[in-house]
Design a protein around this ligand. Sequence first.
Ligand SMILES: Nc1nc2c(ncn2[C@@H]2O[C@H](COP(=O)(O)OP(=O)(O)OP(=O)(O)O)[C@@H](O)[C@H]2O)c(=O)[nH]1
Ligand SMILES: [Mg+2]
Ligand SMILES: [Zn+2]
Length: 289
Amino acid sequence: MTKRGTVIKSVGGVFTVAAEGQTYVCFAPKKLRYNDLDVVVGDKVTFDELRRGKGVIADILPRRNKLLRPEIANVDVCFAVIACQPQPDFYLCDKVLINCFQQHIEPIVVVNKMDLSSDAAEEARANYRDVAEVVCVSAFDGSAQKLCDYLHGGKTACFAGQSAVGKTSLLNALLPEANGQTGGISAKSGRGVHTTRHSALYEVGDGYLVDTCGFSLCELDGIRSDELRLYLDDFVTLSRGCKYSSCTHTAEPDCAVKAAAEKGVLCKSRYERYVEEFNELKEAEKNRY
Ligand SMILES: Nc1nc2c(ncn2[C@@H]2O[C@H](COP(=O)(O)OP(=O)(O)OP(=O)(O)O)[C@@H](O)[C@H]2O)c(=O)[nH]1
Ligand SMILES: [Mg+2]
Ligand SMILES: [Zn+2]
């Protein structure tokens, strides 16, 4: 019998699919994968039920969107999590936000570990003032509940961020039954130890939340250098004052975005990271064609 469900976990080619209040252990035939369609967490699929709670995935239903980092499909909201430790990587956070805008996913910058320090929060607000909502929480004082507001109405949210910022701890705060394993920060490198190894989707309140693996590298997914600026709302608004409508806000004269960064109207470090990201994409394009 063919059923329809949601992939809630993926471990080494074995997919857990939730359907009709039950979970099924499913496999995907090679055909699906060779079509360049890897089944990912969040995918809506049809599957043929075998015996004893097993199944074979028949098809992936059309995706609303898909992120590569973290690799997940059909999400409404992405919590880009940072914390005072490990040291925030705003360059990484920029890229997560840009990929979200391109995929029509609402990014929320979540500053965790507020019980330790509020430095990261101030920096996040300065950076993303006119770009994304910034929400400050701690996994240990009940304030993580604020994240549930974004799940109302059956929405699906995923975490994204470096290892050890506290993604799994936040999930555990909202859903103690999840009982996800949490880890520490290596004293030697100052980085997280990559405790979560697989993405998994949980029912939280009346929505869904996906815990994901931490990462420290993120590519801009299929975005061209000359369209990068279009995914930055504050740049788009400011660019009305640029002399050229096609201004990339890098080397052109009379650029309102550059001027705003110099005056401090636009966060200067974010502007500088934009120029760096632009040049990186440009360089990659040169090598490709
Ligand atoms: N003080 C404080 N520590 C926290 C908070 N949230 C998480 N931690 C600690 O930070 C460390 C990492 O937490 P995890 O939840 O494992 O982090 P993660 O983002 O899931 O990491 P990966 O699974 O490796 O990507 C653990 O030692 C947690 O106890 C918080 O709000 N406050
Ligand atoms: Mg984790
Ligand atoms: Zn400009």
